[in-house]
Design a protein around this ligand. Sequence first.
Ligand SMILES: Cc1cc2nc3c(=O)[nH]c(=O)nc-3n(C[C@H](O)[C@H](O)[C@H](O)COP(=O)(O)O)c2cc1C
Length: 201
Amino acid sequence: MPDRSGIFAGDDPFAIARAWLAEAETSEPNDPNAIALATVDETGLPNSRMVLLKEIEDDAFVFYTNYQSAKARELDQAGKAAFVMHWKTLRRQIRVRGLIAREDGAKADEYFRSRSLKSRLGAWASQQSQPLESRAALLAEVAKVTAKQGPNPARPPFWGGYRLAPLEIEFWADGAFRLHDRFRWRRTELSANWEVVRLNP
Ligand SMILES: Cc1cc2nc3c(=O)[nH]c(=O)nc-3n(C[C@H](O)[C@H](O)[C@H](O)COP(=O)(O)O)c2cc1C
């Protein structure tokens, strides 16, 4: 095991990620939980977009989206994804690669319920990633679902979470003169032990 101290210390990469995110929450001006989520499409062409990381569980990272979006198609088809989060205020990044599964049960219901009513109705109204005639057409759709769904809309069947179970997590922190610190945690399968190595910057 390489010598890891300070912000890199500990036996649990999820705990380290949680601690870094908690620090970023006190320093970032906006969306400290934003991640750049990378997928590949059916031709192998990479794709990426920001989403919000909603939970760091004991063994996985969870985010939410529309199941009919481009990203959902790519996630479902490949069953794999990667993401990176970068905090300018901390000059740190975390990179994650791993296996994808849907979270469309009670946990997704609970998270959906925690969102503001307007956000819940927005989820019902948006056919994410599909062509849209105009903003007015979207607002008309919001009015339609508002009348139909009432004040307590259930989670749409086409909206829910994804859980990324990592095979690899890399913690990176800026060092003077580009001599950055990098530690890569890797496991060959989800049930295997982590192997940690220090990488050249
Ligand atoms: C900071 C930020 C956070 C975002 N969070 C989410 C999110 O949590 N879920 C989501 O579906 N889209 C989110 N988006 C929008 C996505 O980046 C993207 O535009 C949308 O999901 C459609 O992507 P797709 O066509 O690749 O499926 C966010 C955008 C930004 C800039």
